[in-house]
Design a protein around this ligand. Structure first.
Ligand SMILES: *Cc1c(COP(=O)(O)O)cnc(C)c1O
Length: 226
């Protein structure tokens, strides 16, 4: 099937309440343009350098999401244009995002990455760290960020019961969280967002949607394997 057929079919399978991030990492701009031409506007990348160069080469109305691990020294490169950072995994990183957002006179939307998988290699915070951060005084001082919700990645396994269990635990935790209102003086001018739960990829997005995901990040099911 062609890329256009892939995304058309994918969109027919996801409910309207779920947003689709087309994960375009490693794929060239001409293929991204093909997907853009079907009407898709949200694209996700996991590397800052690649994201910056694609942002330069592609239409300006694309909403770029960073889905991969972010180093503090790279935040400045994406701060002028990034729409959503899915991968906040420390308060220190949030402070840097706040600092660079202030320099660019904007509020940057962020998700906290929660560690739910059994693997050791996945980035993210555990439930306790997230709860602590969300209720901390220090967070209220960061006026140039808005925490819109959570992101999680399930274990990379064929055991779908395990994957479902992990998604379910994240959804339960998500429902227990309250995300602080933005404290920027002009926050009234920000587009209101419902809390975002970013979970589900090519292999498990259907499960993730059943378990309450509001945003899926799909790469290979659109662009083919990397
Ligand atoms: C690559 C990636 C995806 C998409 O993976 P596919 O299996 O190609 O759909 C989703 N989320 C993150 C964080 C990724 O790095």
């Amino acid at each position: 099937m062609s890329i256009v057929q892939n995304i058309t079919q994918l969109k027919s399978k996801i409910p309207a309440r779920v947003s689709l991030v087309a994960v375009s990492k490693t794929h060239p701009v001409n293929l991204i343009q093909e997907v853009y031409d079907t009407g898709q506007r949200i694209f996700g990348e996991n590397r800052v350098q690649e994201l910056v160069s694609k942002h330069t080469d592609l239409p300006a109305d694309i909403e770029w999401h960073l889905i991969g691990h972010l180093q503090t020294n790279k935040v400045k490169d994406i701060a002028p244009f990034i729409s959503l950072i899915h991968s906040i995994d420390s308060f220190k990183l949030l402070e840097e995002v706040n600092k660079q957002a202030r320099k660019n006179n904007r509020v940057i939307d962020c998700l906290l990455q929660v560690y739910i998988a059994k693997e050791e290699t996945k980035f993210g915070m555990d439930f306790e760290e997230v709860s602590f951060l969300l209720t901390s005084e220090a967070l209220q001082q960061l006026k140039y960020i808005r925490i819109c919700g959570l992101m999680g990645m399930a274990t990379n396994t064929a055991d779908m019961d395990q994957v479902r269990k992990e998604f379910r635990s994240l959804k339960t935790f998500f429902d227990s969280c309250s995300f602080p209102a933005p404290s920027h003086p002009n926050h009234a001018s920000l587009k209101v967002v419902k809390p975002v739960l970013s979970m589900g990829m090519s292999s498990d997005y259907q499960l993730a949607i059943e378990e309450g995901s509001t945003m899926i990040r799909v790469g290979s099911a659109i662009f083919g394997s990397r």
